[in-house]
Design a protein around this ligand. Structure first.
Ligand SMILES: C[S@@+](CC[C@H](N)C(=O)[O-])C[C@H]1O[C@@H](n2cnc3c(N)ncnc32)[C@H](O)[C@@H]1O
Length: 282
């Protein structure tokens, strides 16, 4: 392995100390800035993403995702789209119940890791047990596509269910993302989204964000020599409208029966919403 050069970004002294909070905040303050920052961030952390998610959620993340899938009440014939699918947790969980599942993410490396899970388990994580290519083996139940949640590469009304885990908080234009989700859902189709909440109480919010900042900085330094890497989480929560704010945006986009299901004492939330059953009605 070549020796580290002082010009190597990994060893640049600026990365060893947190940038002032204002700099990270400014970097994600505009839609274009946030888009660039988020793309760079997830490309950097993709290989450690699963470990970090389990670590930061104290192992609860899998339980929340199982809950989301139960709430989706999937049926065998449902067409499911998992947005910002990352390494594919929700897509594979959905594929145990629905036959056609597609995962979409903007980060190519995340999709490589997701597709690798299908290949690694031979028959896929979708619950089938035969080796690939064995007689009678159906094609992969989960397919993956690179794409942007703000411009979904699908015609209108293609999916019965759209899921997303920690997807909405990361987009630079939330109303546009919700409008795209509404567009690709069939009338009566459902959206389920898991994400952080922004606690309404100022005291709880400050304590929660301070906690995430300390843990995130430590983890970022330990894993990437860059404390900012996971300080993005509390900064993105600061910019996020929170669970009730997202519910209002869902209403405004024409979703009906919008529900917010609090998790972890309200620090996290699952949103459920339905596209109106009347075709063409927003
Ligand atoms: C926090 S990870 C969530 C991964 C996965 N859904 C999960 O629950 O573990 C956020 C994901 O959103 C993806 N992402 C960010 N902006 C996106 C966009 N505009 N369109 C599609 N994916 C995006 C990132 O590449 C990353 O994989």
């Amino acid at each position: 392995m070549p020796a580290a050069s002082p010009h190597d970004a990994r060893y640049h002294p600026r990365l060893l100390t947190p940038r002032p909070r204002a700099a990270l905040r400014a970097a994600i303050a505009t839609p274009d800035g946030k888009r660039r920052y988020v793309r760079g961030l997830f490309a950097t952390i993709a290989d450690r993403y699963d470990f970090i998610t389990r670590f930061l959620s104290y192992g609860q993340d899998r339980r929340w995702k199982r809950r989301l899938i139960r709430l989706a009440r999937l049926r065998a014939g449902d067409r499911v789209l998992d947005l910002a699918c990352g390494t594919g947790d929700l897509a594979y969980a959905a594929s145990k119940e629905a036959s056609r599942v597609m995962g979409l993410d903007v980060t190519h490396r995340m999709l490589q890791l997701a597709a690798g899970r299908q290949a690694d388990s031979g028959s896929g994580e979708g619950g089938r047990s035969r080796p690939p290519g064995a007689p009678g083996t159906p094609g992969p139940r989960v397919s993956f596509v690179t794409g942007d949640m703000l411009a979904l590469p699908f015609p209108d009304a293609q999916f019965d269910v759209v899921t997303t885990g920690y997807g909405l908080r990361n987009v630079p234009d939330l109303p546009l993302a919700l409008s795209e989700i509404h567009r690709v859902l069939v009338p009566g189709g459902r959206l389920l989204s898991l994400d952080f909440n922004k606690p309404a109480s100022r005291v709880v919010r400050s304590a929660y964000l301070a906690y995430l900042t300390v843990v995130g900085s430590t983890l970022g330094f330990a894993l990437h020599r860059d404390p900012d890497t996971y300080r993005y989480i509390p900064e993105s929560i600061r910019q996020y409208p929170g669970a009730q704010g997202v519910a209002k945006l869902l209403d405004a986009q024409g979703f009906t029966s919008v529900e917010v299901i609090p998790l972890l004492g309200g620090l996290m939330a699952i949103h459920v919403g339905q596209r109106s059953k009347v075709k063409g009605q927003r």
